[in-house]
Design a protein around this ligand. Sequence first.
Ligand SMILES: [Zn+2]
Length: 420
Amino acid sequence: MKADLLIHSAAQLCTIPPHNGGPQRGRALGDLGLIENGAVACADGHITAAGPTAQLRADWQATVEVDASGKVVCPGFVDPHTHVVWAGDRANEFEQRVRGATYMEIMAAGGGIMATVRATRAATPEQLVEETLPRLDHLLAHGSTTVEVKTGYGLTTADELKMLDAIAALDADHPVTLVPTFLGAHAVPTEYRNDPDGYVDLVVEDMLPAVSAHNSRLEARFCDVFCEEGAFSLTQTRRILETAQALGFGLKVHADEFKPLGGTGLAVELGAVSADHLVCTTAQEIEQLGRSDTVAVALPATPFGLAHHDYTPAQAILDAGSILALATDCNPGTAWCESVPFIIALACRYLPLTPAQALVAVTLNAAHAVGLGDRVGSLAAGRAADVLVLDLPDYRHLGYRFGTNPVATVVKRGRIVVGH
Ligand SMILES: [Zn+2]
């Protein structure tokens, strides 16, 4: 049979098999479906077969061959939580934090998310695209082939739609697949400081219908809310998410990053696709999460970026039987991190996950966190041919080594887009 691409002779081929057609739950996390001297064949942008090299060489004649001798081959990484579209930077705030200022003090002085909102409002759509492209290049070079990206630096109807247009333009221009999420409820903008419920009215009555009706090449599939002290209360979060759900959006929640307000319980109750951060989630809500299909997304670069010492209680989350995924949270304030391999290194130390658990959490389970659990995240036949060749002799070098990029080759929809 004919194939477009055959990657062969991999020291280890990590196929990442779905369990019962779905994610790897709880303590079953970490099944790599590992094949030594493995190969994967691709045609028309999809995986056609994965198995031992001898068998695939006998079965498939490929136009392009990649010799992965001495290397690890795995699915492209899925980054299910980023804020990668923004304008400007906050290097000055980072320096202030290093000198001892807290995130809250900086926010009270007009910095934090509002600093990025001012820069993003001032940017044209073209500037937003231009500033974001190098970050997508970095994400792709570090192995991310599918990336969720949130709005939330516009905070007016027009500026939120401008962000969605930038996301659509980037998705069209760049090999990385972008999954847009509407996050109008990221922060209460300064002009509503004395009337936060008035801002929630704007989100519910104006922004959500506008985003829902917006004729973009790439539709916002999800609505997210930052449920946190100083951001949106549980009552406000419920109002926004219930309105979004009625309009057909899938739901996500920023929950329990600093204070436990009940956002995780609400995510489970409403059938959200994911609940993200989960640093101070209560034991009761972890149990609820374990009985649900809501994916728990841990973001270890955020506490690391803030030099905090509390991380997501991943062991309790796995004990409860939950679906665990990892993401970068790439954003200009707390975690400007474009490297999933670095996230794996953090997760192996602070959650702590084994390298095998972390690898499934950035592929199959992460795909489920963006509603693409049957399309990407595994090398099963029929899935998108998003494949990585890692210049590592053994998958356990993921996490073990950090600070250099292990990704040698990135294949996106069957085409080599990084390396050779
Ligand atoms: Zn976030």
